[in-house]
Ligand binder design. Structure first.
Ligand SMILES: N[C@@H](CCC(=O)N[C@@H](CS)C(=O)NCC(=O)O)C(=O)O
Length: 218
């Protein structure tokens, strides 16, 4: 029974889900959401929320990148699960997964939306969202001191979340040099083979990133 993912390689949440598949060496079929038909209409019909990725696996239909990762982790458990078996350890992982979605992806997505004219707010240089990212960087910098991965000894769901969130957050609002732990963590994530593969697959589409993809920050 194949895994089928509707995605776009440039999309951060698609990269998040793909990173988990690559961690587990799981194959999947891609339905590329590049604006063409009939895939676009097919996707809208399946998921009128119109946010991707979504996963189909037999009769199962999974939305939300986090839930997709938890789903394949349950189906394909390993010695190093992406969500730890210990409930308290899993709580930490879920907490940091939320951190990256809510406090790094979200401000970055708002900046992208504003640049596309989708926001009601005035274009003030994204002051509010830049401040939100600075705050998140500061919290993460303290937390990452002496740590390799964000929420557990092993690479986890939270690191799948962190990798694209930090790629794009830095593009949207560069991580200041003094946040050394954040910069080192981002570099580590970008070198992780699973995420490096997702990142490479997005390279042909970089010119589509609305805020402009900076050279040399990947
Ligand atoms: N909460 C969703 C967010 C998914 C999401 O925002 N995906 C973006 C691409 S990275 C999207 O679908 N954008 C389409 C749009 O905004 O119209 C998840 O975690 O999967």
């Amino acid at each position: 029974m194949p895994f089928v993912i509707y995605l776009h390689p440039l999309s951060s949440y698609s990269q998040k889900a793909k990173t988990a598949f690559y961690e587990k060496n799981l194959d999947f079929e891609t339905r590329l959401l590049d604006g063409s038909e009939p895939v676009t209409s097919e996707f809208f019909q399946k998921w009128p929320i119109k946010r991707f990725p979504i996963l189909e696996h037999g009769a199962d239909f999974i939305f939300e990148a986090t839930s997709i990762i938890e789903y394949i982790d349950l189906l394909h458990p390993t010695d190093h699960p992406l969500l730890p078996a210990d409930a308290m350890a899993a709580n930490r992982v879920r907490m940091w997964d939320r951190f990256f979605d809510n406090y790094m992806q979200y401000p970055q997505q708002r900046m992208v939306n504003a640049s596309l004219g989708r926001e009601m707010e005035p274009d003030d240089g994204f002051v509010r969202w830049r401040q939100a990212l600075e705050t998140a960087y500061g919290i993460l910098d303290v937390h990452m001191k002496g740590r390799r991965w964000v929420a557990s000894e092993d690479f986890s769901l939270a690191d799948c979340s962190a990798a694209p969130a930090m790629l794009y957050a830095d593009w949207a609002h560069p991580i200041p040099n003094h946040f050394e732990n954040v910069r080192a963590y981002r570099a580590r994530l970008l070198q992780r083979p699973s995420y490096a593969r997702a990142l490479d697959e997005a390279r042909p589409y970089r010119h589509l990133y609305p805020l402009g993809a900076p050279v040399g920050r990947d």
